[in-house]
Design a protein around this ligand. Structure first.
Ligand code: UDP
Ligand code: MG
Length: 344
């Protein structure tokens, strides 16, 4: 594919946001694992707008080991988009996204590759334990998987992060999904193919802190649900129908009672209850329509998913700097890039 004509067999993608303290140890473990595998590999690191020295360290590693490639995004776009950028730049026949904080043990890649060689297209690594996570995180994570599995027609494997092996055919399929809202767990599941899993114990973060606070996780969950289920939108027809039927029954009752017993003025409580309840339901349903509408708006704007400032990787000896054409790397003008690289 792009920028690379030597046949890389395995691409490891590492999205990184402020991972300075983890980089050295990560590469140490990753490279020794990959060396053991005796495959032609590359490590595509996506610097997702880090504010520390992550980029500097990455470039140093790239200069020492040309198999380490660096995609520098123009700002922080979030993990899902960073991962998408990594997928666009990866050239291997098998691709493994991995976290930079060593919560996904690099040694496991050997097992993933073994399963891939058995003929599976997707091998995901499922967490046996969630060590070092608070009960609240575990509870909310469980709740989320429960809700999304009820709502969404594709089954999203539980307790599975983005750490998995994807065959080239799966990645090519993924790239055809044009949506801006990249809920990767769901997209990986949506494409299907021949899937299997291995189990592992997820250790704690090596250094640094997680970038996912609860607000971010909540939004992540809403993204997941809205992109994989229309249930929250559809349910309002049924809620509306039920309320209408109940209101009709109650209205008939009121009518008959008024005809028999005459008008009785008090009724403040029931009026208020009905008014507030209906107001609440309407606002809630409007809000949910808003969630979807906002996402439709995002899609329609058709902005590029990400912007790349620099790419370090095409030729080992010199550092080449490409500013990619717009629309992410989706519609790459490879010729123009070649021309640019021969000029420099
Ligand atoms: N990450 C990223 N962009 C972000 C947030 C996180 O590229 O905006 C990367 C981060 O550097 C790490 C991976 O995504 O490699 C997982 O992040 P983190 O460990 O914070 O998430 P958690 O393990 O707590 O789910
Ligand atoms: Mg982590």
């Amino acid at each position: 594919m792009l920028l690379n004509n030597d046949n890389v067999e395995l691409s490891v993608i590492v999205p990184m946001y402020n991972e300075e303290p983890n980089i050295d140890y990560l590469f140490e473990r990753l490279v020794s694992t990959l060396d053991r595998l005796k495959l032609k590999y590359e490590i595509v690191c996506v610097n997702d707008g880090s504010k520390d020295n992550t980029l500097k360290y990455l470039i140093e590693h790239h200069l020492r080991n040309p198999a380490i490639k660096v995609v520098n995004l123009s700002r922080n776009f979030g993990k899902e988009i960073a991962l998408t950028a990594g997928l666009d730049y990866a050239t291997g026949s098998a691709i493994v996204p991995i976290d930079a904080d060593l919560q996904d043990p690099p040694e496991l890649i050997e097992e993933l590759v073994a399963k891939w060689r058995e003929g599976y297209d997707v091998v995901y690594a499922t967490r046996r334990l969630r060590q070092g996570e608070s009960w609240l995180k575990r509870l909310t994570a469980n709740g989320f998987y429960q809700v999304i599995s009820q709502m969404s027609p594709v089954s999203i494997p539980r307790n599975t992060g983005d750490f998995r092996l994807l065959d080239r055919c799966v990645v090519d399929a993924l790239k055809q999904l044009p949506e801006r809202n990249r809920f990767m767990k769901g997209l990986f599941a949506w494409v299907g193919f021949n899937q299997t899993s291995i189990l592992y114990d997820r250790p704690q973060r090596y250094k640094g802190v997680t970038k996912w606070n609860y607000w971010r996780l909540w939004n992540f969950a809403i993204d997941g649900i809205t992109s994989f289920s229309l249930l929250p939108l559809k349910v309002w027809s049924y809620v509306g129908l039920t309320i209408s039927v109940l209101s009709f029954l109650y209205a008939s009752f009121l009518l008959v009672r008024t005809l028999i017993l005459g008008i009785d003025v008090p009724g403040y409580a029931s009026l208020m209850v009905a008014l507030l309840f209906l107001g609440g339901v309407q606002l809630l349903s409007l809000g949910i329509i808003g969630e979807y509408l906002g996402r439709v708006y995002e899609e329609v704007k058709g902005r590029p998913l990400y912007l790349v400032k620099e790419y370090y990787g095409s030729t080992p000896e010199s550092m080449n700097t490409y500013v990619l054409p717009q629309r992410g790397a989706r519609n790459l003008d490879v010729d123009a890039m070649m021309r640019k690289s021969s000029e420099t």
